[in-house]
Ligand binder design. Structure first.
Ligand SMILES: [Fe+2]
Length: 291
């Protein structure tokens, strides 16, 4: 009995996964992805039937093969990272494996909710915030800017971090890193074990909600481990600042007192655009896949 219930759940989640793939293929509107539409639709028809044990096994195999074929296309996309995501047009990236692929370590039910509901709501929230800020720029009405900036940071950080999260896990994962990454971990933390302990503690000790994040620090040429408590507090994450304006009081108070606005207005007279351009050119070398 137990087994039958589990299978039913798996079939329901496979069905959802198919729907999500169809949406993704449709949104991309690319010929090479169209090839999958037929196979996904067939699989869905199959899933709607009462299945024999043999047919079920066949379905698992077809889902696995579909998943690896689509992953290959997404992998190719990773090399093609120049697509611009227009304002308010972020997409939920499809899971690069099936919902149950990370079991027994992470349940299919968690993966389904986490990806389909939670990540999706970050994508929707970010799109909404971007559109609202575009409207504010066009109408010169910034009355709600603080709210939409907060929303853009919260949902943007959520979208970008989850997009990384799905890809840094794999059913074939585990073990230890090799090559340059291994060397850099040794240089930055002493050894892989010390890195892992530090990362575990950082994750355990995140206050409330948040993330443990391993980052490359371009200044030190080393890796560092950071905690992101409520990810929006550190702005969007996965972005590179190119122009910054310090509005702490120490930056202007001696001269401008409480007139922050005057300081901001005058500050534009000293911006070094050559350096901003140089930072942009270096930053643009980092291009992740577009979602
Ligand atoms: Fe999450």
């Amino acid at each position: 009995m137990e087994v039958i219930i589990l299978n039913k759940e798996y079939i329901a989640s496979l069905n959802n996964w198919c729907d999500e793939l169809l949406t993704f293929v449709h949104q991309r509107n690319e010929e090479r992805l169209d090839l999958f539409t037929e196979e996904i639709t067939k699989l869905k028809e199959y899933l709607a039937k009462d299945l024999t044990e043999e047919e079920e096994q066949d379905i698992y195999n077809r889902a696995e093969s579909l998943s690896s074929q689509i992953s290959e296309v997404i992998d190719v996309d990773r090399n093609n990272t120049s697509r611009i995501v227009k304002i308010g047009e972020h997409q939920l990236p499809p899971l690069p494996y099936s919902y149950s692929a990370l079991e027994p370590y992470i349940d299919r039910e968690i993966m389904r909710l986490h990806h389909d509901k939670h990540h999706k709501s970050y994508v929707d929230g970010l799109n909404k915030a971007e559109k609202e800020m575009e409207k504010a720029r066009k109408t010169n009405n910034f009355a709600l800017l603080k709210h939409w900036e907060r929303e853009a940071a919260f949902h943007g950080a959520g979208h970008y971090l989850h997009t990384i999260f799905w890809t840094i896990m794999s059913p074939n994962g585990g073990g230890k890193p090799t090559g340059d990454l291994a060397k850099l971990i040794d240089l930055s933390f002493g050894s892989f074990d010390r890195f892992k302990n530090h990362f575990n503690e950082a994750a355990k000790q995140v206050e409330g909600v948040g993330w443990a994040i391993l980052v490359w620090v371009p200044r030190t040429k080393r890796l560092e481990i950071l905690q992101a408590e409520k990810h929006q507090n550190l702005s969007q994450q996965d972005v590179i600042p190119i122009l910054v304006l310090d509005v702490w009081e120490h930056a202007y108070y001696l001269q401008y007192k409480n007139k922050r606005e005057d300081y901001i207005k005058n500050w534009w007279n000293v911006v070094n655009w050559n350096e901003v351009s140089r930072r942009l050119n270096t930053a643009r070398k980092v291009m992740w896949e577009s979602f």
